[in-house]
Design a protein around this ligand. Structure first.
Ligand code: 3UK
Length: 538
């Protein structure tokens, strides 16, 4: 038997894939979305757009200026020469990328892919302690790092002898990437990768244990650009994207880089965005599409009146469940129905979502065309509509952990199990309950924290909240709410009672929080997820 074609000379990634029988079943049943056996996703997103006449259009916008498709391609090509000639990289080598969302970070990502190497982008706030297992696991010998994030790389270098070369960018000094690419040609012979050569390894933002590396092929990047955007987001070349997710988070890799380029549109890259700054970005750049997490949508709803957001058309929320209370606040403030979507690093991007017109209150949406979803019991059998169980999905993308036993936990009988508890209605809409290990069991009742949170968020005193189960001798667990108050409200026993009664009046009374604690803020990850384990241990 002949080996299937690969452009990789370094076969580390291929050799670290899970055995074929441990992969999820993959479905490619949309006739319009078939990809050729040779595919380089950077070539599809850059070179082909330039060849197709988009070269002089703007690809990236920043507060300091803009960059066309042709300029971005030229920059990526020169960096690819540096990778090949100065750093002596061969196809299949992993390259660690560290940077906030900015044009050099974007160009580096494309350069790595053009050179047939594998992009391992890391979240900007990661410390040496968190980078170390990533570098070891993905066997990374080369890093490209924004000058402002060098400190942790310098620290980790001393402990990772395998990390042999580090090149700094956005620096300009001698030896920097800018200096090295100066005399490189603007053309580059792109590596002719196979559609199932690994293009990137994305590490999960997991809270416990060793980080898991998910491996995605060139084909998966194209599927990410074609499935959710084509059927739900429906952007066009005049759209201007903006938002907060880092390129290192696959939510951001799609929304802040690959989706806009796939459609000939542009994206505003801003390095550090707080709710006010994101609103100002929308106003100043006349952005039309915005990607961010639920906590941002909620905070921005309260500030929206101070900005001209008339350019904005489409809003995407992902990362954690979008409470209906937040959806309504944003709609009242702007008239826009947020597009909610559940995605996962293992799946690369969103697989259940809805268009603004087909929203159903309280639901994440339906399986987007090309994906299948169902709710299963402990044994993996589908449960009837209306029953809570475990979410299982299949589609053109799926989980392939880099050398990790936990592949068996995520993939069962060919289905991806995301770890979320869901309920499906008779029309195929999926209603998020909680992470399966976050379900609260109190006096024999199953209670989903996010449902109680949504009830609390409808009270005018509540800015943000997190609801968890706390150990209790009598009931096993009790429902506890950690509440951040809006500026005009002060903690009091009377307010505790008022919030408890408020919840009892909107959901089944046994779900009300027996304990309420007022806190200054809630612990969140860089991706906007509430860290419930921290609330439980507090
Ligand atoms: C949770 C949601 C309810 C859910 C991601 C869009 O979040 C992303 O990837 P992660 O690997 O986390 C996956 C988990 O996050 N989640 C995400 N979105 C929603 N829960 N409603 C939602 N809309 O528990 C899921 O299993 O960090 C999101 C695109 C790409 C991504 N990587």
């Amino acid at each position: 038997m002949s080996m299937p074609y690969t452009a990789h000379l370094d076969n580390f990634a291929r050799d670290s894939l899970p055995p074929r029988e441990a992969w999820p079943e993959l479905i490619f049943d949309l006739p319009e979305l078939q990809y050729p056996s040779r595919l380089n996703c950077a070539v599809e997103l850059l070179d082909k757009m330039v060849a197709g006449g988009h070269g002089e259009r703007i690809a990236l916008r920043t507060p300091d200026g803009a960059c066309t498709y042709r300029q971005l391609m030229a920059r990526a090509n020169r960096i690819a020469h540096v990778l090949r000639e100065d750093l002596k990289l061969v196809p299949g080598n992993r390259v660690l990328l560290r940077g906030p969302n900015n044009p050099m970070m974007a160009a580096c990502w494309f350069a790595v892919i053009k050179a047939g190497c594998i992009a391992v982008a890391t979240m900007p706030l990661l410390r040496a302690k968190e980078l170390k297992p990533i570098i070891a696991k993905a066997q990374v010998a080369t890093a490209l790092c924004d000058v402002r994030l060098m400190e942790e790389i310098d620290r980790v270098r001393q402990e990772c002898p395998g990390l042999k070369q580090v090149v700094v960018f956005n620096d300009g000094g001698p030896g920097s990437l800018e200096a090295l690419l100066e005399d490189k040609p603007e053309q580059f012979a792109n590596v002719d990768t196979a559609l199932n050569d690994v293009a990137l390894i994305a590490f999960t933002s997991g809270t416990t244990g060793q980080p898991k590396g998910t491996m995605h092929f060139h084909r998966d990047v194209m599927a990410m650009c074609d499935y959710f955007p084509r059927s739900i987001l429906k952007p066009d070349a005049n759209d201007i994207f903006c938002g907060t997710p880092p390129i290192a988070f696959t939510f951001g890799l799609g929304g802040m880089l690959c989706f806009p380029l796939r459609f000939g549109a542009s994206v505003v890259l801003v390095e550090k965005l707080l709710p006010d700054a994101l609103l100002k970005t929308i106003q100043d750049f006349k952005a039309t599409v915005c990607f961010t997490a639920p906590t941002f949508w909620r905070q921005m709803a309260g500030l929206a009146k101070n900005y001209d957001l008339s350019s904005l058309k489409k809003c995407v929320s992902a990362g954690e469940a979008l409470p209906d209370a937040t959806r309504q606040l944003w709609k009242n403030a702007t008239g826009i129905e947020i597009i909610d979507g559940i995605g996962a690093t293992e799946m690369i991007h969103i697989f259940i979502s809805h268009t603004p017109e087909s929203v159903r209150r309280g639901a994440t949406g339906y399986a987007i065309p090309g994906y299948r979803a169902r709710v299963v019991d402990e044994a993996g059998q589908p449960v009837p509509a209306g029953t809570i169980g475990r979410l299982a999905v299949q589609g053109p993308t799926g989980c392939r952990y880099l050398a990790d036993e936990r592949q068996k936990v995520y993939v069962e009988n060919g289905w991806n199990l995301t770890g979320d508890a869901y309920k499906m209605d008779a029309d195929g809409y999926f209603f998020y309950q909680a992470r399966t290990d976050d379900m609260i069991i109190s006096a024999g009742y199953n209670i989903a924290g996010p449902e109680v949170e949504d009830a609390l968020l409808k009270h005018p005193a509540v800015a943000e909240c997190g609801v968890v189960g706390m150990p209790d001798e009598e009931r096993g667990q009790i429902v506890k709410a950690c509440v951040v108050l809006r500026p005009d409200f002060a903690p009091s026993a009377a307010l505790v009672k008022e919030l408890q009664d408020f919840v009892k009046n909107s959901v089944a009374p046994y779900k009300y929080p027996r304990a309420v604690e007022f806190v200054e803020n809630l612990p969140r990850t860089e991706t906007g997820k509430l860290q419930r384990f921290k609330l439980r241990s507090a």
